[in-house]
Each structure stands twice: as structure tokens, then as C-alpha cells.
Design a protein. Structure first.
Length: 109
């Protein structure tokens, strides 16, 4: 198995500072199974790879001056107003947060 390769599917949130730069990523091959445009400059990536690998692949596709942020999405986020089908796409890939996690219990106390 290649170094950095994950055994489970991950979802990453990709924000592009220039929404028109999404055309450089959408439809291009990369270390992902699927890329979905959730809104202007906001992409969701389904991948087996690490956040670092996704970041570098997207970075190499973009113009040098384009701001970029890539973050893992571990739980299903609350969302509205996104592109049609995005909430269902997320629902099919991510679980709801575990409301009994110790870190959440400590915050409530």
C-alpha cells in the first residue's frame, strides 16, 4: 500500500479563494473518487488519500495566487443553501456526531 494511503473513505472540504478556479479541479483526475461543487469555490472531495495529498494535488491544479484550504470532514455537518443534492451526498457518506462523546459531555458540564 502506498505511503499515506488510507484504508477507509474520507471526505475533505476544499475552499478556493477564487470560485472560478473550481473549473481547474472539477472534471480533472486526482486522488479522489468524486469531487462535488457544494457552492461557489466550495468543493467536497471523497477520497482514500490523506488531507495532505488532496491539498497538494489541488494546489498544483490552481493558479499560484489562488488561496486554498483543505480540511477533513469527520462528521456530517449541518448545512443549507448548498448546491442541489449536496446534503444527501453528505448524508450518504458521513455519520452524525456521536452525542455521547466524552469531549461533548465535558463541554455541557
Amino acid at each position: 500500500m502506498p505511503r499515506g494511503h488510507q484504508t477507509s473513505m474520507n471526505v475533505c472540504l476544499v475552499w478556493l479563494g477564487d470560485p472560478s478556479a473550481a473549473r481547474h479541479v472539477l472534471g480533472e483526475p486526482g486522488p479522489w473518487r468524486e469531487v462535488r461543487e457544494a457552492g461557489p469555490g466550495l468543493l467536497l472531495v471523497e477520497t482514500y488519500e490523506t488531507v495532505s495529498r488532496v491539498y497538494h494535488e489541488v494546489k498544483w491544479m490552481l493558479p499560484d495566487a489562488c488561496p486554498l484550504l483543505v480540511a477533513p470532514v469527520g462528521w456530517r455537518p449541518k448545512a443549507r443553501g448548498l448546491a442541489a443534492g449536496t446534503v444527501s451526498w453528505l448524508r450518504n457518506r458521513l455519520a452524525l456526531p456521536d452525542r455521547t462523546r466524552p469531549d461533548r459531555t465535558e463541554e455541557a458540564g
